[in-house]
Design a protein. Structure first.
Length: 386
């Protein structure tokens, strides 16, 4: 009898790292510097070194990382911010909170990453309309894989746009042999518990090679403070990373590479078992994924429903990221001018995410794959090579 398959197993991870975790937490309890304590600085240094970025600034969440990065550029009213329609809500929420307008871009049907040709078309149409000024592009590294950064940099440069990497799901991934964190002007990461490097609550960070930007981020996360706490230079926010979260993350960072390797092993088991029957994730060329999400594509919604039901019957959780593209969300639809984003709309109807986490065993992954195949409409149980 196998252990039940979970979508995420934070308890198993906790058992694996417990001594280090407790030592880190005890240290914070001993010094009581709960806000911007030494663990925050240590984590910032370790993350910057890990990603090869010059600066890292710990903040209160991935969403706040995006917001602080955009506040630092003065992005707001009258500005168009281009971002993929197939992503988590936070990517679109931030420009709107700042008074800017999100312009939704379609994604690639195979890698699910932003479609650069569609981005170019949408920039051209915003320019032609002459109402909004194109200011920024948010490239999202979706599901653990990198966005097409080389092409995005070319577009940003050509049009003089601020380029922001929403790397909330994909810290730890690499492109052309280097870790994500320096592909854009700034990179936002999230430590939400379910992300590949997750804390025990909310947290995030910004990475940048620009000393000026890093200084602005530090000021903005503490109410726009200047050189003393009681000098306010700009309108900021309370957006700091907690010391306790940094302590948890330092313990997790020690095993992060092993965990990424474990996720990769699970992905390969799924690829091998499922590739001949369902559409498994296409890899972004010359990259390594952080495997935040392993999403398969089924023929249609009925096939997805059948497989989800079959998984459920076997006690296996699955999830739909994302059931609605952002331009169809009630909150964002009024900001979208009605043009179709056919790939994002189609993916929402037939995508399905399978469990993937470092504590999933090879046997469990094989069991999940088997249940997926049993849920196929033709119900043929394949003979898997032993
Ligand atoms: C999780 C996520 C965020 C937000 O991160 P939080 O830490 O939850 O605020 C932003 N963008 C994407 C693509 C995400 O997946």
């Amino acid at each position: 009898m196998q252990d039940p398959v979970t979508f995420l197993d934070l308890k198993a991870q906790q058992r694996r790292i417990e001594p280090a975790l407790r030592a880190r937490l005890e240290a914070v309890l001993a010094h009581c510097q709960f806000v911007l304590g030494p663990e925050v600085t240590e984590l910032e240094q370790r993350l910057a070194a890990y990603a090869g970025a010059a600066h890292c600034v710990g903040v209160s969440s991935g969403t706040d990382a995006l917001q602080i990065a955009m506040m630092a550029e003065g992005i707001g009213r009258g500005h168009a911010v281009f971002l993929p329609a197939f992503t988590y809500t936070a990517t679109a929420e931030v420009p709107l909170v700042l008074g800017a307008t999100p312009v939704f871009v379609d994604v690639d049907p195979r890698t699910f990453q932003i479609d650069v040709a569609d981005l170019r078309r949408r920039i051209a149409s915003v320019r032609a309309e002459g109402v909004l000024r194109p200011r920024a592009v948010i490239g999202v590294d979706l599901f653990g894989q990198p966005a097409p950064w080389q092409e995005l940099r070319a577009v940003a440069e050509e049009h003089g746009l601020f380029l922001l990497d929403d790397c909330a799901q994909s810290f730890g991934a690499s492109l052309a042999g280097r870790k994500l964190g320096r592909e854009a002007d700034a990179t936002a990461i999230s430590f939400f518990p379910s992300k590949p490097l997750g804390g025990y609550g909310d947290g995030g960070a910004l990475l940048t090679d620009s000393a000026e930007r890093a200084a602005l981020y530090r000021s903005l996360r503490t109410h726009g403070e200047g050189t003393t706490r009681y000098e306010v230079l700009r309108t900021g926010m309370n957006g700091r990373l907690d010391t306790l979260q940094a302590a948890v993350l330092l313990a997790k960072l020690d095993v992060f590479e092993e965990e990424l390797a474990a996720r990769e092993r699970i992905a390969r088991i799924y690829d091998a078992a499922l590739g001949h029957r369902v559409t498994t994730p296409a890899r972004v060329p010359d990259s390594a994924s952080a495997w935040a999400v392993y999403a398969i594509l089924l023929a249609d919604t009925a096939a997805r429903d059948a497989i989800q039901a079959s998984l459920r019957a076997d006690g296996i959780p699955s999830a739909i990221y994302y059931p609605r593209p952002l331009h169809h969300q009630p909150a964002y639809a009024p900001h979208h001018r009605g043009s179709a984003l056919p790939v994002s709309e189609d993916l929402a109807t037939r995508i399905l995410a399978l469990p993937i986490h470092p504590d999933l065993t090879a046997d469990q992954a094989a069991h999940v794959a088997d249940a997926v195949l049993c849920g196929q409409p033709d119900r043929v149980r394949p003979v898997l090579p032993v």
